[in-house]
Design a protein around this ligand. Structure first.
Ligand code: PMP
Length: 468
């Protein structure tokens, strides 16, 4: 398998998953793993109601692009019911990347402007246009910042420019966005803003929950400059945030365009863009061969049924609480847990060298992921430094699962602190955590990548500003 063409979740001793059910994965050896990361399998892997809906539709009609289609109309209606009235036109696509590409296209055609504002370390997809607005991947993908893309600070009150003790960090971060908008307008002849695109709950930059009012201010400034506001709901939409069906609703804003992907089809590839009528009217034509096919619509409706019937939103809220409370409790005894943050069933545990410095501890985080794997628990490393442990499980995850994960973190971190490893190789006391861990505590090959500070978030931002 070409490692560049197909990135593996565990590059050392990769897993071969052959079957999955609810929140559990099974490998080819018959081992069961607790899946903390498959937000794609939103209502649980292979949920029987969703499987049946797909199977029945597969046997009846799989494609009818260009013909009248009741299933598509019914599904669109059900999605629109969950949204504010203005968001009433759906485009059916096949992936989150495609949805974001369509959102950028809509913004350009409606505003007749070309400039986009994106958040530092954001990720919005793997196709050319969406990579252009995904600073997180620029270095790895060899993408160069385009003139029409402008990067603003991530509103991170833990590690960013304005921290939790600032008077009103939301307003301060937003004021910087306003300055950048002014700069764009000054520097570029045709400096019109087409849109600001962000995840409302910013998973790619490391599960950053924007401070109060940040999005309200930013949306206002962008609109004053003639731009639109795009909310990328690919990761946290469809009830995951617990309180609300859409994550933007937690911040008292209404975007002009929303994009959704991953969770919609519970694994069946499908995506949506929903926007306002006047914005949709600006695009002359749209078609997609597979977008909104009858199987996708049947599956999509079955997913909505399960969210409602199994009360998964309230579960996201209570299980999310269990996770956050549990991690906060063990954070008191582990100097490596710098911060615990999240919303509903989207939780990030920020692994640091020590609490005082808040410096990301990428190596510890990577070893932690492998140690959790040994305990049959799968988590991901997220954020620019890969030091944020991401918990984004299927929504059937339970409080018992949450307790089990917290317990496993506790055990693994204790082992790391004591310098012991599963193969019995220890690290010396002075090598504990504050310095890169003894390579022998990690699976071979794990710590190969260069993690120098030269390309850290602050340095990157300085570079973007120079470029602007
Ligand atoms: N937006 C966000 C926030 C994402 O996390 C992703 C995928 N990880 C995408 C867009 C792209 O979605 P897809 O991989 O389905 O194209």
């Amino acid at each position: 398998m070409n490692r560049r063409a197909c990135k593996l979740h565990f590059e050392v001793a990769p897993l071969k998953i052959v079957r999955a059910s609810r929140q559990y994965l099974f490998d080819d050896q018959g081992s069961e793993y607790l899946d903390c990361i498959s937000n794609v399998s939103h209502v649980g892997h292979c949920h029987p109601h969703v499987v049946l809906a797909g199977q029945e539709q597969m046997a009846q009609l799989t494609t009818c692009a260009g013909f009248l289609d009741d299933k598509m109309v019914e599904y669109a209606k059900r999605i629109i019911e969950t949204l504010p009235d203005q968001l009433c036109v759906c485009y059916f696509l096949n992936s989150g990347s495609e949805a974001n590409d369509m959102a950028l296209r809509l913004a350009k055609s409606y505003t007749k402007n070309d400039h986009f504002i994106v958040v530092e370390n954001a990720y919005h997809g793997n196709i050319a246009t969406t990579l252009d607005v995904s600073p997180l991947k620029w270095k790895k993908m060899g993408t160069v910042k385009k003139d029409w893309v402008h990067v603003v600070d991530c509103p991170d009150i833990y590690r960013g420019k304005y921290k939790e003790d600032s008077e009103n960090p939301g307003a301060l971060y937003a004021a910087d966005v306003k300055k950048i908008i002014k700069n764009i307008q000054k520097k570029h002849d045709k400096g019109g803003i087409a849109a600001f695109i962000s995840e409302p709950v910013m998973t790619a930059p490391g599960v950053i929950i924007p401070p109060k009012k940040y999005l309200q201010y930013v949306y206002r400034y962008v609109r004053e400059a003639g731009g639109l506001c795009i909310a990328d709901e690919v990761q946290v939409g469809l009830g995951r945030s617990g309180e609300n069906f859409w994550s933007f609703q937690n911040f008292d804003v209404v975007p002009d365009i929303i994009t959704v992907g991953k969770p919609l089809g519970n694994g069946y590839p499908m995506a949506l863009v929903v926007t306002k009528k006047e914005i949709a009217d600006s695009v002359m034509e749209f078609n997609s061969t597979f977008g909104g096919n009858p199987v996708a619509c049947a599956v999509g409706m079955a997913v909505l049924d399960v969210i409602k019937n199994e009360k998964l939103m309230s579960s996201a809220k209570s299980v999310g609480r269990c996770l956050i409370d549990g991690f906060k409790a063990i954070a008191q005894k582990h100097d490596n847990i710098g911060d615990v943050r999240g919303m509903g069933m989207c939780v990030g545990v920020d692994i640091v060298k020590e609490k005082g410095s808040r410096k990301p501890a990428k190596e510890v985080a990577e070893i932690l992921a492998y140690k959790l794997k040994e305990q049959k628990i799968i988590v991901a490393n997220e954020g620019p430094e890969k030091n944020v442990m991401l918990i984004l499980p299927p929504m059937c995850f339970t409080c018992d699962n949450a307790r089990c994960v917290v317990q496993a973190f506790d055990t693994a971190l204790t082992e790391i602190e004591l310098g012991s490893s599963s193969d019995g190789v220890g690290v010396k006391d002075e090598q504990r955590i504050s310095v890169p861990l003894n390579i022998l505590t990690a699976p071979p090959g794990l710590l190969d990548e260069d993690s120098s500070d030269e390309d850290g978030p602050a340095a990157k931002q300085a570079k973007y500003e120079e470029m602007d």
